[in-house]
Design a protein around this ligand. Structure first.
Ligand code: SAM
Ligand code: SF4
Length: 330
């Protein structure tokens, strides 16, 4: 049996590595505005530990790595980690998810380290709404980061926008036009119950159909694209004129748990088999106590085997995970 296959037959070849729980902005659907409880520095995995974990996971069949956080670019010398990860034999795909604020400064060294795929988180092109969402005035830096990444030849560059109902509707058309002009894709991620302040409510989730209606009315019709990888979570559409793609990560309205192929390592070295998992498996402890690669591999395989069928956001008894998005690693 494949070591990263679970009891439902799902194979896990996709690992998301959170490198920090800290962030330089404060999106309301992720972090609290004040008094953020951070993991103390000594508890955060060192680059060598993250690389070791990734190597072991790759030896078990992981092929895709994504660096995330918190905001990964606030971690000093992230390019050093990107270089280590892209050099692991067997890694077919290395990607980064960032809020883009520090991207213009770091894009060149990340490119030189072998990184190519970037998702930049951007919900709006409106400065006031950016401030309202992120509680920081950094839109210009994010836009400069996107320009710089495109100039350097990163690709694919995608935009991640969180679909919050009653808030981002005016941003949908400008964001799609912005992306069409640059040949990049916008991905809408349904607002999930992972915010630090318990603000989530099902009625605040803006659904793919609503977004498609707005886009079709203002820009032009869209057509669904065939799914190149049934295990990838995004549903993708293309404008019928051939210019521009829109993707949807519809975790709330169309959960993709049955095809899930992901595991996650938090910045403090806990392994999670699901974004919404309640339990976590300690990796840092055994690593720092001298566990062998084989012992770590066995812990990873055991965690995957214990994976549940899926999250229960849509059930009455849903219990959100004990940590918010920035601490889990998005
Ligand atoms: N700081 C980076 C960023 O913002 O892209 C990486 C970490 S962030 C937690 C990863 C992604 O999670 C972001 O692209 C953001 O769109 C998404 N996100 C954060 N909170 C969310 C929530 N409550 N529901 C849905 N998506 C969320
Ligand atoms: Fe920071 Fe990303 Fe969370 Fe926004 S979504 S607060 S950028 S970690």
């Amino acid at each position: 049996m494949n070591p990263l296959s679970d009891t439902f037959g799902r194979l896990h070849d996709n690992l998301r590595l959170s490198v920090t729980d800290r962030c330089n902005i404060r999106c309301f659907y992720c972090m609290p505005e004040h008094d953020v409880k951070y993991v103390p520095h000594p508890e955060v995995l060192r680059f060598e530990e993250i690389e070791r974990f990734a190597r072991i996971a790759v030896s078990l069949g992981v092929r895709k790595l994504r660096i995330t956080g918190g905001e990964p670019l606030v971690r000093r010398d992230l390019h050093v980690l990107a270089r280590k990860l892209s050099a692991i034999p067997g890694v077919e795909d290395l990607a980064l998810t960032t809020n883009g604020v520090l991207l213009a400064e770091q894009a060149k060294e990340l490119y030189e380290a072998g990184l190519r795929r970037i998702n930049v988180h951007l919900d709006t092109l409106d400065r006031e709404r950016f401030i309202q969402i992120t509680r920081r005035d950094d839109l210009a830096k994010v836009l400069a980061g996107i320009d710089r990444a495109l100039e350097l030849g990163f690709g694919p560059v995608k935009l991640n926008a969180v679909a919050v109902k009653g808030l981002v509707e005016p941003d949908i058309v400008p964001l799609a036009r912005f992306a069409r002009e640059r040949g990049i894709e916008v991905r809408y991620i349904e607002f999930m119950p992972l915010d630090a302040q318990g603000l989530w409510d099902k009625n605040k989730v803006l659904l793919a159909d609503d977004i498609l209606k707005i886009l079709a009315g203002e820009i032009g019709p869209l057509e669904a694209l065939p799914d190149p990888d049934p295990r990838a979570p995004a549903l993708e559409y293309r404008f019928s004129d051939g210019v521009g793609k829109i993707g949807f990560i519809a975790s709330v309205s169309r959960p993709f748990c049955l095809n899930c192929n992901r595991i996650r390592l938090t910045a403090d070295g806990m392994l999670r088999y699901c974004l919404f998992a309640i339990e976590e498996t300690d990796i840092k402890g055994p690593m720092r106590r001298g566990a062998s690669d084989g012992e770590i591999a066995a812990i990873i395989a055991e965690t995957v085997r214990a994976k549940w069928l899926g999250h229960e956001i849509n059930r009455a008894g849903f219990v959100p995970p004990p940590r918010p998005m920035h601490a889990i690693g998005g």
